[in-house]
Design a protein around this ligand. Structure first.
Ligand SMILES: Cc1cc2nc3c(=O)[nH]c(=O)nc-3n(C[C@H](O)[C@H](O)[C@H](O)COP(=O)(O)OP(=O)(O)OC[C@H]3O[C@@H](n4cnc5c(N)ncnc54)[C@H](O)[C@@H]3O)c2cc1C
Length: 421
């Protein structure tokens, strides 16, 4: 089969690899200059089934609404975005109720755990190197109440093989001495030994080479303008470099999946949620935690990726704006120094790479995978804060559906059919 994939982020690249491995003729179109140039370039790097909960918790919603008048919170809602967020936002609120939230957490967890297994198999079969680490994750809490709440969710995730251990502050500091200066503000931590981390950009670049070796062709610098139907089927993809035809199309265009889908009548409740990171080269004077740290109160991650240190966080409803605002990067740096004070001595004047990009977030939480009402169009989009975690598994699942194979995990909860209810 001739298959076109729009988008060469982690989702599109992994999908292209599995499709090429199945023997299809695969072309990937992406406006970037290389795989993973946008949302998958410099995220926090966590493969974290432990953080499977969607982001629509009541506390997050309250913080978001409170942020309408501020410019400096970890969660920000730009008032100008409210009209675009209206329908999506109501769904987001509804799915924040305990029942739907629990169900969606379970869906995410099952896919995340499956994806981690597929990722391991991919490493085995391709030998790709992407600064992979299996050190787990330490989630730090300033509040006992939050620790207990997250612990309750963590207990639920045990069913999927996501294990956790609660650490007292003494145990935490013994494990990560860099946290000694902040011990007074900490309530404890949860260690998730099964979580992993790695660089999504290296992963996509390496996997794209493996896909090319199997015959896939990556067309970079190609902007897709619109999709054209003929009758009930997709006919062609119209780009700024001419038209492309194929038997089947996979939309893996991150937040832009919603716009592309709309053009052919697919209403996808995906909205962009902006985040920032900054990355610095590790040197003898740069302190790096031995286990990735996720600070619950400050909503940021400090993670060592090979010979680099990445600080990532913040969530902002700012439309498709991917611009870097220095004030936001500075907030990230300042908060990282609060989490790990040893950073304060080395950050000023240090060479670093600030980055901002968009999480493609569905209103309910799980991504949208697989078939659409258009028989030759499939989706791999909307994985939100878990896009790197779920990339390998989602891609394999979509390739299975294209091939007519039964995927290894149930797909109903990820199908766009769920939005007709
Ligand atoms: C600050 C931050 C930290 C994060 N941390 C983590 C983490 O630790 N763990 C985790 O699992 N996830 C994390 N995420 C989320 C994760 O990065 C995303 O979910 C994931 O990268 C999405 O991948 P994707 O392939 O779906 O989309 P993208 O990577 O955005 O890829 C979409 C591609 O489509 C292309 N495209 C779009 N429109 C068009 C068009 N019209 N024509 C041509 N090409 C087009 C773009 O160029 C892009 O390359 C984080 C995100 C952010 C912002």
């Amino acid at each position: 089969m001739r298959i076109l994939v729009v988008g060469a982020g982690v989702a599109g690249t992994a999908t292209a690899y599995f499709l090429a491995r199945d023997g299809h003729a695969v072309d990937v179109l992406d406006r970037g200059e290389a795989p993973a140039s946008e949302g998958s370039y410099a995220n926090a790097g966590l493969i974290h089934a432990s953080l499977a909960e969607p982001w629509n918790s009541p506390a997050a919603v309250v913080e978001l609404l409170g942020s309408l008048a501020r410019r400096d919170g970890t969660l920000l809602l730009n008032a100008r975005q409210l009209p675009q967020l209206l329908g999506w936002g109501l769904r987001f609120l509804y799915h924040g109720l305990p029942g739907p939230r629990r169900a969606n957490t379970r869906l995410n967890a099952r896919l995340a755990v499956y994806s981690q297994r597929v990722l391991g198999e991919l490493r085995g079969e391709t030998g790709i190197q992407y600064d992979h680490s299996a050190a787990g994750l330490l989630k730090l809490f300033q509040s006992h109440k939050r620790l207990q709440a997250v612990r309750a969710t963590s207990r639920m995730l045990e069913e999927f093989g996501v294990h956790h251990h609660v650490l007292t502050v003494d145990e935490l500091v013994e494990r990560e001495p860099l946290l000694e200066p902040t011990r007074g503000e900490l309530a404890g931590a949860i260690h998730y030994p099964g979580d992993e981390s790695g660089c999504p950009h290296l992963f996509a670049r390496e996997l794209a080479h493996r896909a090319e070796a199997l015959g896939a062709c990556f067309h970079h610098g190609v902007g897709v303008r619109r999709l054209r139907m003929q009758g009930k089927r997709l006919d062609r993809v119209i780009t700024d470099q001419g038209d492309f035809e194929a038997d089947t199309l996979i939309i893996a265009a991150g937040p832009e999946a919603a716009d592309l889908g709309r053009g052919i009548g697919l209403r996808l409740p995906i909205r962009p949620v902006k985040g920032y990171s900054t990355t610095l080269p590790l040197g003898p004077d740069v302190p790096a935690p031995s286990v990735p740290l996720s600070d619950d109160g400050r909503k940021l991650v400090i993670n060592r990726l090979g010979n680099r240190l990445r600080i990532a966080g913040t969530a902002e409803f700012a439309g498709l704006d991917r611009g870097i605002t220095e004030m936001r990067v500075e907030q990230l740096r300042r908060r990282a120094c609060e989490t790990m004070p040893a950073l304060a001595a080395c950050l000023p004047g240090r060479e670093e790479e600030p980055w901002a990009c968009l999480r493609p977030m569905t209103a309910d939480g799980p991504p949208i995978l697989g078939e659409t009402p258009i028989p030759n169009v499939y989706l791999n989009a909307g994985s939100g804060h878990l896009g790197w975690t779920m990339a390998a598994g989602s891609a394999r699942l979509v390739a299975d559906l294209v091939a007519g194979r039964t995927p290894e995990i149930p797909v109903e909860g990820f199908s766009m059919r769920r939005y007709r209810l």
